[in-house]
Write a protein that binds this ligand. Structure first.
Ligand code: NI
Length: 226
C-alpha cells in the first residue's frame, strides 16, 4: 500500500527549512547505508546532530502527528531518526535497493523498517529527475510531490531515487516500525477505518458503525504488538 499525505509542513516551516539548509553541513550519504545499498547510493545528507536536521525532524514528526490518516495507515510503534538528504550536482542518485530490515538507534534499541516515509522539502519544478521510484506487485510508481507532502510505502519494496539532472532535490525520509508487522493486515485495518469514517459522515453513529468499530479494535488487538 502506497499513500500520500498533503501539507505535513506549512509554508512558514518550509521557508525556515530552506533557510537552514542553505548553510547546512552536508556529509557523504554512503556513511549510513548498508552493504548493498552503499554501492548504489550517491547523495549527501545531514548529520543527525546538526541544528537543521533537528529542526526538520521535530517539525515533520509534529506535522504527521496532526494527521489521523497517517496514524491509521502506519500504526507506528517506533520511528528511526529521520534523515535529511540532498540529490544534485555530481551526488544525484540512489540506485535500486531494499533497505536493511533492522536499524539500531543510538541507545541500542532496534527498529524494524516496516514502512518508509519520504517528505519532500522543495518543489518539483526546482529540479529535473529525482523521482522516488517504487517497485511493487502492481508495477513501478514514480513519486515526485510538492514541498511539504509525504509518501508512505512498505519497507519491503525495491526502490530508488532517479538521477537529478537539473537543480537539487531536498527531502527527509525515515523508517517506521509498525505495531502491525504485515502490510496486508495494515491495509485491511486502514480500509476498515477509512470506510467507518465515511459511514459515520454519511449516517452518523449507528448500531452497525458501533459494531464495525468493535471489529476494527478486535482485529487490532489480535494483530498488534506494542
Ligand atoms: Ni532506501
Amino acid at each position: 500500500m502506497m499513500l500520500t499525505f498533503e501539507n505535513v509542513l506549512d509554508t512558514g516551516e518550509l521557508a525556515e527549512i530552506r533557510r537552514l539548509l542553505a548553510s547546512a553541513p552536508w556529509a557523504d550519504g554512503a556513511l549510513s547505508a548498508g552493504g548493498q545499498a552503499r554501492a548504489v547510493k550517491n547523495n549527501v545528507q545531514l548529520p543527525h546532530d546538526c541544528a537543521a536536521a533537528e529542526f526538520i525532524r521535530a517539525r515533520i514528526l509534529a506535522g504527521l502527528d496532526r494527521i489521523p490518516r497517517f496514524f491509521s495507515a502506519a500504526l507506528p510503534l517506533r520511528v528511526f531518526t529521520p534523515r535529511v538528504n540532498r540529490y544534485g550536482d555530481d551526488r544525484n542518485f540512489y540506485g535500486a535497493h531494499i533497505d536493511n530490515a533492522i536499524r539500531v538507534l543510538p541507545d541500542g534499541q532496534r527498529v524494524r523498517t516496516d514502512l518508509s516515509c519520504t517528505v519532500f522539502l522543495n518543489e518539483p519544478d526546482e529540479y529535473d529527475g529525482g523521482e522516488l521510484t517504487i517497485h511493487d506487485s502492481f508495477g513501478v510508481h514514480g513519486v515526485k510531490l510538492p514541498a511539504g507532502h509525504a509518501v508512505l510505502y512498505p519497507g519491503t519494496s525495491l526502490h530508488e531515487v532517479r538521477p537529478v539532472t537539473r537543480g537539487a532535490r531536498l527531502a527527509c525520509f525515515f523508517w517506521i516500525e509498525s505495531m502491525v508487522r504485515g502490510d496486508d493486515q495494515r491495509r485491511l485495518l486502514y480500509e476498515l477505518d477509512m470506510n467507518l469514517l465515511r459511514l459515520r459522515e454519511r449516517h452518523g453513529e449507528t448500531p452497525e458503525t458501533t459494531a464495525l468499530t468493535g471489529v476494527y479494535h478486535n482485529l487490532l488487538r489480535q494483530w498488534a504488538s506494542t
